[in-house]
Write a protein that binds this ligand. Structure first.
Ligand code: ADP
Ligand code: ZN
Ligand code: ZN
Length: 676
């Protein structure tokens, strides 16, 4: 009798596959195929495995060969394209295939909850399939939009487009036009639309839904219940949903007939997963488009330097939308308030206060952007210099007025603010610097009549609170909004004519070489909130005011002239000189231990193991910028090369050696780290 061998990978950080025997039995649906899920015995447990190949021989001796427990015939099998995507992600990020593939599956599938799966599949069968792609309520595109849309639509094979245009320039309309075209050309076609943040999904979903009322949309983000996640995943996987809309995790969803991918705000750091498999969803999306030979559109007002470089090298095609799309809507005017000459009282300068004043009573909204929540970033003792440090982290505890608490934003530790200095007993403790709570207090004091809304992680921690706050602004019940980067993206407030930016300078002196790029993107985004809709004739012109000590800095100068290209040019030169991305490739080895010396010692050994590799530069091991978090001390080692293949091959050689080290240090590797 011939042997039926099924080779599977498991959800484990072991880079190998396991052989099992399949024994046909009565009523059985047949031999499991490649891409199918099976339950197999592993040690004493039964675990889920993914079939990667089948055959008739194995190296496993007969007495050790175990049978598969059963095959999940009810779940459609994964296609080769999806398996190859997982294979690529595993090899590029140096993970095991099983770890990658099984981890991206909905929990209900991984746990093989048969009943739930059958119910979900049954519901899909009853879903009407939109095969007509009726698109309703579409505006007439302007010339640059039309040209961009045509170029995308007419592209054959793999093409990557960088759609470069400020907020409101009509990028989304271009995406929707390309989507409409793709869906109408083939009854099976699917499209994937990605946004960086979960908060941005409802708006886009609504817009897509009203444009394509006949289509099923599979929404995928981390805020779904397990049941919803399963249903939407299966809808994409079976082709029932032709439009897939989601955050970074949606890049790994199986979609048999994917024919267009859109990555909106492609520069956004949220596309990078910061734990586990630290993948870049944007980069995987480009890989996927290339593999499938389909177009991909990367949209942004402030493209990443990586994408910009691809354009320079002729790999991506840039298309520009130079103006705001709606009539009577122009770009806001950007001005700088020099805080070295203009006094700052309680975080605000006189010109900014006057500008807010001018808008009150006219039903115009002012928005103040400060990327620091809490009341004050630190409190200190005037007498002895004590500061509110966290005893578990190398960081200050932030003063929060609500509950009179000191909170550590790194480890979450909270304690009641001391009545007097813990070191010298002095009663006069001082709150240093400004957070959003303090600005709110100052604004309420300055403008007692104004309706003020603060939006940050603290004010919106309750479920639904964020939506409530936005709704109240949409209804015109707010005069002044104060917020962190939560308000910077996507929201389209009527009658918002003033944006004030408070204290953005710290990013200019950050240890992080990408801080400038990120600040610029944030400022462009928050500036984009101003004057999004056509104004009444007597309204104030849309204005952005930035309070800074460094008005001559090229970043702010570029902001004023709305010349992102000028600033990106400067950044490119800097990166080139330093050999940083996109001119070099990096991997970061991170080590954690109770004692920093142990972490450092591990990294030094790691460094010595890399010594023989050519074309690789290894920096010295250094403690991380915030060295200690929750009593764990952390250090890092940066590995660089001007060649991606050289870096990859060095890592393939090196990481197994590291795994073989006996150490108590916890370590992990990150490929293409966003911050070092
Ligand atoms: P972006 O995605 O670049 O921020 P959107 O596509 O959301 O821009 O367009 C901004 C606003 O302009 C939206 O309200 C949109 O409906 C409108 N709009 C876009 N293109 C046109 C057009 N060609 N004619 C009229 N309105 C348009
Ligand atoms: Zn003191
Ligand atoms: Zn802490």
């Amino acid at each position: 009798m011939s042997l039926h061998i099924v080779r599977v990978v498991l959800d484990a950080p072991i880079d190998r596959s396991f052989d099992y025997r399949y024994q046909p039995s009565d009523g059985d649906e047949g031999m499991p195929q490649v891409g199918q899920l099976v339950a197999v015995p592993f040690g004493r447990r039964s675990v889920v495995g993914l079939v990667v190949s089948t055959g008739s021989s194995t190296d496993v001796p007969p007495e050790k060969l175990k049978d598969i427990a059963h095959c999940y015939h009810n779940i459609p099998s994964f296609d080769k394209a999806w398996l190859d995507l997982c294979r690529f992600a595993a090899s590029y990020y140096h993970r095991a295939l099983g770890e990658v593939a099984l981890n991206v599956l909905p929990k209900i599938i991984r746990q093989n909850k048969q009943k739930s799966i059958e119910k979900a599949l049954g519901a899909l069968d009853r879903m009407p399939k939109g095969k007509t792609a009726i698109s309703v309520g579409k505006p007439v595109l302007n010339a640059s939009q039309q040209q961009a849309a045509n170029t995308i639509i007419n592209a054959t094979g793999f093409s990557a487009f960088l759609l470069y245009g400020v907020t409101g320039s009509g990028k989304t309309e271009v995406y929707l036009r390309a989507v409409a075209e793709k869906l109408s050309r083939s009854p099976d076609a699917q499209v994937l639309l990605m946004v960086p943040e979960i908060n941005l999904t409802p708006q886009l979903e609504e817009r897509v839904h009203s444009r394509f009322p006949e289509e099923n949309i599979a929404l995928l983000h981390s805020g779904l219940s397990e049941g919803q996640r399963l249903r939407n995943w299966l809808a994409a996987m079976t082709g029932t949903a032709r439009i897939i809309l989601g955050t970074r995790l949606s890049v790994m969803v199986p979609a048999p007939n994917l024919s267009l991918i859109v990555v909106d705000e492609e520069h956004d750091p949220s596309y990078k997963q910061q734990e586990g498999l630290r993948y870049s969803a944007r980069d995987l999306a480009v890989w996927r488009a290339n593999y499938l030979k389909i177009p991909i559109v990367l949209g942004s007002a402030t493209p990443s330097l990586e994408s910009w470089r691809h354009v320079q090298m002729g790999r991506y095609q840039q298309m520009e939308l130079p103006e705001r799309a709606m009539e009577n809507v122009s770009h806001p005017e950007v001005s700088l308030i020099d805080t070295s000459s203009e006094p700052v009282v309680d975080g605000l300068t006189q010109p900014l206060v006057a500008a807010i004043q001018k808008r009150l009573g006219k039903n115009e909204i002012s928005l103040l952007f400060l990327n620091r929540r809490g009341f004050a970033p630190v409190i200190s003792c005037n007498a002895c210099g004590w500061m509110s440090t966290c005893h578990r982290c190398s960081a200050y505890m932030v003063y929060h007025k609500t509950g009179r608490l000191l909170r550590c934003h790194h480890c979450g530790l909270a304690r009641i603010i001391p009545k007097c200095c813990p070191d010298c007993g002095n009663l006069d403790l001082q709150a240093l610097g400004q957070g959003t709570q303090r600005i709110e207090e100052n604004i309420r004091h300055l403008f007692p009549e104004a309706r003020v809304q603060r939006i940050d992680a603290d004010s919106t921690s309750r479920k639904g609170a964020l939506q409530q706050a936005f709704d109240s602004i949409y209804r015109g019940e707010t005069d002044i909004v104060i917020g962190t980067q939560m308000i910077a993206k996507g929201h389209d407030f009527q009658n918002l004519t003033l944006v004030g930016v408070l204290d953005p300078d710290t990013a200019l002196f950050s240890h992080d070489y990408r801080a400038g790029e990120r600040l610029f993107a944030q400022l462009m985004q928050v500036a984009g909130r101003a004057g999004r809709n056509a104004m009444k004739a007597d309204a104030n012109p849309a204005q952005v005011m930035i309070q800074t000590r460094y008005p001559k800095h090229p970043l702010y100068q570029a902001m004023c002239q709305r010349r992102y290209d000028a600033y990106i040019h400067e950044l490119m030169e800097e990166r080139k000189m330093a050999g940083f991305p996109p001119f070099g490739y990096q991997a970061l080895l991170m080590a954690e231990a109770k004692d920093i010396n142990k972490a450092m010692a591990f990294l030094q050994v790691a460094k010595s193991l890399l010594a023989k590799h050519h074309g690789i530069t290894v920096s010295d091991a250094i403690p991380m910028a915030v060295m200690r978090v929750a009593n764990v001390e952390r250090a890092q080692l940066l590995v660089e090369s001007v060649s991606r293949p050289l870096l990859q091959s060095a890592l393939s050689d090196w990481l197994p050696q590291l795994k073989a080290q006996k150490t108590q240090v916890r370590w992990s590797i990150e490929i293409d780290p966003l911050s070092i």
